[in-house]
Design a protein around this ligand. Structure first.
Ligand code: GAR
Length: 213
């Protein structure tokens, strides 16, 4: 049985989708813990109600600056390691991670980002896509590397940007596909079904790595 630890900062709807898929599809894996950097993250309640261990590493307790960031990441890694995960999943985890943290979980650390990377790394992705006049938008699941919102792309979801869209409407359209895409990507990872060569990631069974409406 492979072990998955999921990191969240808020709502946790992607985490929920992964928990449901893991159980409903009987993956050879379990979600061992959900860890948040915010004590009030709504997703913690879902996890606890579903019998999943929860933990909080409150970044505010560490203060600001490089030393604080390093200390936070060390404590986060200590908590994560106590669950001995095979795969660590960032699901709406809104902290920039140190290179040391990323290196520790290299090759088994996944993130979902709400844009079609390499376009729009960082924040406010949907506003920026609309502002730029994009006709498509989406989300990307990628392996995490030290550079923010970079790393080999495991899957992408694409939706149209419709006339009159605001960021909320677009985010909602993208989120629906995130909830299909991220569980598939995590399943591929835990089942060892991905071939990774440089930036190229291929599903060995030929499952589609592009998700559309
Ligand atoms: C998702 O849309 C995810 O792509 C995004 O935050 C949302 C979390 O929602 N992630 C990032 O912006 C990471 N930089 P959720 O908590 O309901 O899964």
């Amino acid at each position: 049985m492979k072990r998955i630890v999921i990191l969240i900062s808020g709502r946790g709807s992607n985490m929920e989708a992964i928990v449901h898929a893991c159980r409903d599809q009987a993956w050879p894996a379990e979600v061992s813990a959900v860890v948040s950097n915010r004590p009030d993250a709504a997703g913690l309640t879902f996890a606890a109600n579903h019998g999943i261990a929860t933990a909080v590493v409150d970044h505010k307790a560490f203060g600001k600056g490089d030393a604080a960031r390093a200390a936070f990441d060390q404590e986060l890694a200590r908590v994560i390691d106590s669950y001995a995960p095979d795969v660590v999943v960032l699901a709406g985890f809104m902290r920039i991670l140190t290179p040391e943290f990323v290196q520790r979980y290299a090759g088994r650390l996944l993130n979902i980002h709400p844009s079609l990377l390499p376009s729009f790394p960082g924040l406010h992705t949907h506003e920026r896509a609309i502002e730029a006049g994009c006709r498509v938008a989406g989300a990307t699941v990628h392996l995490v590397t030290a550079e923010l919102d970079h790393g080999p792309i495991v899957a992408q979801a694409v939706v149209p940007v419709l006339d009159g869209d605001n960021a909320q409407a677009l985010a909602q359209r993208v989120l629906g596909l995130e909830h299909r895409m991220y569980p598939s990507a995590v399943r591929w990872m835990v089942c060892g079904e991905l071939a990774i060569s440089g930036n190229q990631v291929r599903h060995l069974g030929g499952e589609a790595q592009l998700f559309t409406l």
